[in-house]
Design a protein around this ligand. Structure first.
Ligand code: AMP
Ligand code: GLY
Length: 423
């Protein structure tokens, strides 16, 4: 079949890499893709949220399956757009519709869903300009640190965690006043959950699900999980503390009730569900839902899926996932992200990347690259995700760290301590 993957990051390169290994694929396209995806698929110069242009291409290239990588087009309703057009009745869509995508697009929607279906999550209050004083009382009633979240999508920047009550009250007003634009017209205040995070992924057809390998990502820019939040500095899979007992709690208390909730609500959800979890003294709580795969978790997770991903995506799109399962590769996988100096604040682009061809033992997923004058150059904050197998996550990390020595670009930075908290 002909498949089009939407997106341009490391996640999409990794998904495309896995899809490319399936014998079911005839033609594989990525829109817009990056300098890495062009080696395994055909890049199409279309932005993922230009629905009309995507539709023209789907028609022209006789696409059978559309896999949506990032959240933006989902929250904007790309699935509804295609479903509303009878000519695309046979197109297999992998991604939730606009309403289901609110599980990521609105923190309040996600919280109300979790409350309704008894899914463990932090206590919360939704605040708008109308109930500001109630919000201030909530902040006074919980122990620090204080967690403030812009309700809408804010490019991963809409969450503040603050130690000081007066600062929290002040930031609440700032957020309602437009600090994160309209995403913060509503703010979700949450009780702070103290624990260690991990990411769990399911593929669902809206009724049944299969679980993918779990992972852990490293969000902070600095060693020892310090400094600013980023889009992700690396990942590992499996997660040592995700043992049988914890996995069972996650499935019973979180995954099953979530999929049951999706079914009971009659949500049109076919695609990946990402559970951002906190392990609080052995009990899992949902920090957030995402309606797509995680980045850079995907770069590790795809290495650990043995099954034919296309077969599973087809089953999800056709609502025939019941009875399917995924065989995992028993090896561990790890990803180290090479980023542009200065990221996640201002950084330069257009730096020539050297040495990729020398890497033998890892897979270099491109996160933010482009081609200029025949050279592969940096085009984003996160640049190359270096992913490797190993007997343990620590072996896999070591392989990535040796491979990285071959790769260079001006002002490149990466964390050297990934996995430190799992030893
Ligand atoms: P989110 O965008 O909801 O994933 O939040 C971003 C990050 O903030 C998460 O990955 C957590 O590290 C942290 N965080 C969010 N909510 C909480 C909470 N209730 N307690 C502790 N940390 C949180
Ligand atoms: N790695 C977290 C995310 O993709 O949102």
């Amino acid at each position: 079949m002909n498949i089009l993957v939407l997106g341009s990051g490391g996640r999409e390169h990794a998904i495309t890499w896995k899809i490319a290994s399936s014998p079911r694929v005839e033609k594989l396209y990525v829109a817009p893709g990056n300098a890495g995806t062009r080696d395994i698929a055909e890049n199409v110069a279309i932005k993922a949220d230009d629905f009309d242009a995507v539709a023209d291409f789907v028609r022209k290239a006789k696409i059978d399956m559309l896999v949506v990588g990032p959240e933006d087009p989902l929250v904007k309703g790309i699935v509804d757009y295609f479903e509303a057009k009878p000519e695309f009745a046979n197109l297999m869509l992998v991604g939730p519709d606009k309403l289901s995508a609110q599980l990521e697009g609105s923190k309040e929607f996600a919280k109300m869903f979790m409350q309704k279906y008894g899914i463990p999550t932090a206590k919360y209050l939704s605040v708008t300009a109308e109930n500001l004083s109630e919000g201030e009382k909530f902040l006074e009633s919980v122990n620090p640190p204080y967690v403030l979240k812009a309700d809408g999508l804010a490019a991963g920047k809409g969450v503040l965690i603050l130690d000081n009550l007066d600062e929290a009250k002040c930031e609440l007003k700032n957020m309602l006043g437009g600090k994160f634009g309209s995403a913060g017209n509503k703010v979700v205040l949450e009780q702070y959950l103290d624990g260690i995070e991990c990411s769990v992924f399911a593929l669902t057809d809206g009724k049944s699900y299969v679980l993918l390998p779990e992972a852990k990502d490293y969000k902070r820019i600095g060693e020892g999980n310090t400094g600013l939040n980023t889009g992700g500095m690396g990942s590992v899979s499996p997660v040592p503390f995700y043992d049988k007992d914890f996995a069972k709690k996650v499935e019973e208390r979180i995954v099953k009730p979530t999929i049951d909730g999706i079914r009971s609500e009659g949500m049109n959800y076919r695609g990946f569900v990402f559970f951002g979890l906190m392990n609080v003294k052995g009990d899992p709580y949902v920090i957030e839902y995402n309606v797509r795969m995680g980045d850079p978790e995907t770069e590790s997770v795809m290495l650990r899926i043995k099954a034919d991903l296309v077969e599973l995506l087809e089953a999800a799109a056709r609502r025939e996932l019941a009875g399917k399962s995924i065989e995992f590769d028993q090896r561990a996988a790890a990803t180290v992200m090479m980023v542009s100096g200065g990221y996640p604040e201002a950084y330069e682009k257009g730096k020539t990347i050297c040495g990729l061809e020398k890497v033998r033992d890892s897979i270099c997923f491109h996160a933010g690259t482009a081609v200029a004058d025949g050279n592969v150059v940096t085009s984003g904050g996160r640049v190359i995700a270096v992913s490797s197998y190993g007997n343990t996550i620590f072996d896999a990390l070591n392989v990535s760290y040796s491979s990285i020595k071959n790769i260079s670009f001006d002002k490149c930075y990466y964390r050297t301590d990934l996995g430190f908290d799992l030893k």
